[in-house]
Design a protein around this ligand. Sequence first.
Ligand SMILES: [Ca+2]
Ligand SMILES: [Ca+2]
Ligand SMILES: [Ca+2]
Ligand SMILES: [Ca+2]
Length: 393
Amino acid sequence: MYSRRIFIDEIFPQIDLVQGQTTVINSLDLNYYPNLRGPYNMDPSVSDGIIDNINDSWAGITRLINTTDFEQSNVEYLEFWLMDPFLEGNQNSGGKLTFNLGNISEDIIKDGRKQYENGLPEDGDISLLPTTSWGTVVPQNQSLVYAFSSVGDARINQDVGIDGYDDNEEAAVFSAFADLSDPANDNYNYFLNKTGSIFERYMDYNGLDGNSPETISNTDRGSSTFPDVEDINRDNTMNTIDSYFEYELEISPNSLSNLNNPYIIDRKEKNVNLPNGTSELVRWYQFRIPINEPTSSIGGISDFRSIRFMRMYLTEFTQNTIFRFGTLELVRSDWRKYQLSLDEEIDNNNDTTDFSVGIIGIQENEESYVSPPGVEREQFNNNNTIVRQNEQS
Ligand SMILES: [Ca+2]
Ligand SMILES: [Ca+2]
Ligand SMILES: [Ca+2]
Ligand SMILES: [Ca+2]
């Protein structure tokens, strides 16, 4: 259910594909284990790899945003289709899914110093590097480029992760974790070199220590030829400012089934044939979050003119939970909303008009959308395939 491929007609049966176009949705899949220790968590109480105080657990990812002026580009919504994470009927009571938009610190190991792997000593001798407040090491010089300087030992010595340590150094510095083969829990492993389910095989795929090997083979390769850096947008400076808008969503069996949930604008239920021959009921939810209605704002951010990063993180979950996003989009509009009232009052702050612009259409919302009478979907003839275009309001 949660590891199968998702085909476009499961969520969007009204989309016609051109011959040769892929039928698969490249979903964004997040698999969260709240009880497992993440990389660089050096709290001695988790030296067995298990987090006992699960209520403090979190997991998150951050990415850059290319078009940063949301005001100019008129971005109005964050929209996504999410597969129901609670279909397998366990005791999962859910938790919180939170989005952040704005300036987000790139200082992963929060010591105010920027790590860039290719600045580490080529001979691997880190004895001259002073340790940071978290006990790790970073290069002394400013970064000019992000490229491994040469092949051979230099790359192996530098490709050690954000902590600046290889496994032996990790064990020497963090003695509570010395018994583990990967004390900082930051190692990369290619999925063919792991055993178990697809989830277990990809568990180390985002590791940063050893993810850029010099020699690769079909069964053992890295994830990137670039050094890992504490600089997500790679503009050569490490942003340390946290000032962002926050959008907190409750994701629980109750919140998903609540028909008054203000963020859920459409739902679909499908019987899906699984590769193992069985058929299961799958539910999808379309979320729409108005960008200008954050649940809170942090660090004094006041407008949408410089939204350089987006982060999403999970909290309060107590069970293994898998998020499958069929889509995840920032939605802009060609229509710009007039923010003030049209009355003659000088002070416009007691207007209760609610006005929002949204889209509903045949391709995304075929179960709840009805085309106006007399309207027929436009058709294109493409290589002897009739491709019906979208029709939306
Ligand atoms: Ca750092
Ligand atoms: Ca390391
Ligand atoms: Ca390691
Ligand atoms: Ca690396």
